[in-house]
Ligand binder design. Structure first.
Ligand code: S3P
Length: 450
């Protein structure tokens, strides 16, 4: 009897999975639907919670991160229906009407929940809020949102000289600012814009490179008055806003699709269609990067779905070539760099990733963790302060690796394990459920033995 591809060898709270590729090889074929976009799911719940009237959401991601957002806004008075239903409804409180919760708001592992919510809370006059998260989130930098909010007149306190959660916020009437963000971050940009919703006047954010624009698109759809200047990389919210509940159909998450795009691209015999993937141009850096590496990816059935572009992505195996990635492309594929590193291991030549220091302050230090875990599997990787040099053509050998509780690391290492010789044992594999609870089921269904 063939060995199962995946075997659970431990018990909660942490799960250890052993990935054993069949000796006769794998091919990824057929069609696959992936879960809803995490960034859009957060925003649909949040804007629904602060708008007037009902918001209907289809395709919401049922990962732990959006569940944290839903729980926080329920604690502040929004009525959110059963998240497991096909359509989730949110009865909004109306702008400025979030209630003071009688408990600490817990954002779990989710930086987007915490940072975006802070903008809203800071502008809720006469209300007091306390917010925290898990061990990873409590170690992530919050000064990047506390600084602009303080400039707007917000009153916040936090650990380590107001840079780390837990945080306390005393809501205030804020003043509009023009914030020149030192980093391309949609979380920073969105935090400031959400604070601007309740603020009289023009709140502007300018970024060094463009970050994902889901907030701008959805705020405009809910009725906010925004001006976007693409050349200046700036967006202005003309406040105060009035928001009205909308219908949001959430496309599949390109960050989740990326695992299968790479798995099929590096696995001989593969021909896979990933359906209904969001292809917002501020998120498609990973497609451009893989195509630059000569991956065979085509877009089919392109369409618009409630303000976001969507397509089916067909990927076939091909021999990848190394490339260099830097600059404005990096923010457009920031969450896909761990899985791109796995693709680079199977390319001819040395792939260079630069200008990606932001990866060090994600759910884990993704540069250090990917370098150490792939090196343990036999890869040759040089780590730099802002990137990685990854030698292609490595022969990987299964060994013990660890997700460091980071969802994208867990899934990237699992894809690396598919092309390794022998079993790979992945510690803390449960992290995947933050953004992709059905990842392990999809992996077993997709990877039919040749
Ligand atoms: C996100 C923005 C990105 C990304 C994160 C989701 C968002 O973070 O890494 O997974 O939904 O706004 P930064 O804004 O910190 O780059």
């Amino acid at each position: 009897m063939p060995l199962p591809l995946l075997q659970l060898t431990d018990s909660p709270p942490h799960q250890t999975l052993t990935v054993t590729p069949p000796p006769d090889g794998l091919a990824l074929t057929g069609r696959l639907k992936i879960p809803g976009d995490k960034s859009i799911s957060h925003r649909a719940l949040m804007l629904g919670a602060i708008a007037t009237g009902e918001t209907r959401i289809q395709g919401l991601l049922l990962g732990e991160d959006p569940r944290s957002t839903a729980a926080c806004f329920q604690a502040m008075g929004a009525t959110i229906s059963d998240l497991e239903q096909e359509w989730v409804t949110v009865q909004g409180c109306g702008l400025g009407n979030l209630q003071e919760p009688d408990h600490v708001l817990d954002a779990g592992n989710s930086g987007t929940t915490l940072r975006l919510m802070l903008g809203l809370l800071a502008a809720h006059r006469d209300r007091f809020f306390t917010v925290t998260g898990d061990a990873s989130l409590r170690s992530r930098p919050m000064g990047r949102v506390i600084n602009p909010l303080t400039e707007m007149g917000a009153t916040l306190w936090g650990r380590r000289h107001n840079t780390l959660a837990p945080l306390a916020i005393q809501g205030q009437v804020l003043k509009p600012i023009h914030y020149q963000s030192p980093m391309a971050s949609a979380q920073v940009k969105s935090c400031v814009l959400l604070a601007g919703l309740l603020t009289e006047g023009d709140t502007t954010v300018t970024e060094p490179s463009r970050s994902r624009d889901h907030s701008e698109r959805m705020l405009a759809a809910f009725g906010a008055n925004l001006t976007v200047d693409l050349d200046a990389r700036s967006v202005t919210l003309h406040g105060p806003a009035t928001l009205t509940g909308q219908t949001v159909v959430v496309p599949g998450d390109i960050s989740s699709a990326a695992f299968w795009l790479v798995a099929a691209a590096i696995t001989p015999g593969s021909d896979l269609v990933v359906e209904n993937v969001g292809i917002n141009p501020t998120r498609t850096g990973v497609l451009e990067a893989l195509q630059a590496m000569e991956a065979d990816i085509t877009l089919e059935n392109e369409r618009m779905v409630t303000g976001e572009p969507v397509a089916d992505l067909r990927v076939r195996h091909s021999q990848l070539k190394a490339a260099t990635f830097s600059g404005d492309l990096i923010p457009r594929m920031i969450d896909e760099i761990p899985i791109l590193a796995v693709a680079a291991l199977h390319a001819q030549g040395t792939t260079v990733i630069k200008d990606a220091a932001e990866l060090r302050v994600k759910e884990s230090d993704r540069l250090a963790v990917m370098a150490s875990q792939l090196t343990a599997m036999g890869a040759q990787i040089t780590e730099h302060p802002d990137g990685l040099d990854i030698q292609g053509g490595a022969t990987l050998t299964g060994t013990r690796v660890d997700s460091y509780t980071d969802h994208r690391i867990a899934m990237s290492l699992a894809i690396a394990a598919l092309r390794a010789a022998g079993p790979t044992t992945l510690h803390r594999a449960e992290a995947a459920s933050v953004s992709y609870p059905s990842f392990w089921d999809n992996l077993t269904c997709l990877c039919e033995s040749k």
